[in-house]
Design a protein. Structure first.
Ligand code: ADP
Length: 192
């Protein structure tokens, strides 16, 4: 029978004295960047899972002037903020900077991206390698979609909502309200 060495008492003493390894451990910050136009349950599932791995998760709403968005950056941030209120180590920010430059500024070394299908992989692989080339100390962590969310995208959610379909099972409540407001306003414009 092998011997088991109990090192826990030593560690507890070190930590109590403030000289344990934990004292020197940096806070692990992960960035989860995206358009989030709008946030859906597939995104939220990724955020919840990542928040259990890292000390802090920053959901970064990226503003890409080349992409036409339905929601303004502030609206997208507000919806993420409301939907993640139950997660104390998650916060939301926005940026229009180069992602690796943003990461360096906030001291993050990990970028999280979600993968739905093989289709996502080529593009994500290319971006991750390019980011690595620009910033060698930053890694991209790929998280596989939750089994119920592989079909879900912001584009599909917007499309369904534009036809007045029920999207309550696909997005957090704050987003349902946001979508209803947007498309009601549009209907109003069309009626006028
Ligand atoms: P982007 O415009 O940067 O692709 P999105 O807002 O569409 O941003 O998505 C942000 C991140 O979430 C991306 O990494 C994307 O692959 C991931 N993602 C999107 N939909 C899902 C989903 N259903 N399940 C898991 N991850 C997803």
């Amino acid at each position: 029978m092998g011997r088991s060495v109990d090192t826990a008492p030593d560690r507890r003493e070190e930590e109590a004295a403030g000289c344990g390894r934990n004292k020197y451990m940096a806070t692990r910050v992960a960035l989860y960047p995206g358009s989030f136009d709008p946030l859906h349950n597939g995104h939220l599932d990724v955020i919840e899972r990542v928040s259990r791995i890292f000390d802090e998760v920053v959901v970064v709403v990226f503003i890409n002037s080349a992409k036409r968005a339905l929601f303004a950056p502030q609206e997208r941030m507000q919806m993420v903020d409301e939907a993640t209120r139950h997660l104390s180590n998650v916060r939301v920010d926005h940026s229009s900077d180069l992602l690796v430059r943003y990461a360096a500024r906030v001291g993050a070394h990990v970028i999280v991206r979600g993968l739905r299908a093989v289709l996502d992989f080529d593009y994500e692989f290319q971006i991750a390698l390019m980011n690595k080339r620009m910033a060698a100390d930053i890694d991209t962590l790929f998280i596989l979609t939750g089994e119920h969310y592989s079909y879900l995208s912001s584009t599909i959610v917007k499309e369904l909502a534009s036809y007045g379909a029920d999207v309550t099972a696909l997005v957090p409540p704050a987003v349902v309200a946001g979508l209803q407001e947007k498309f009601r306003a549009r209907e109003g414009l069309n009626d006028g």
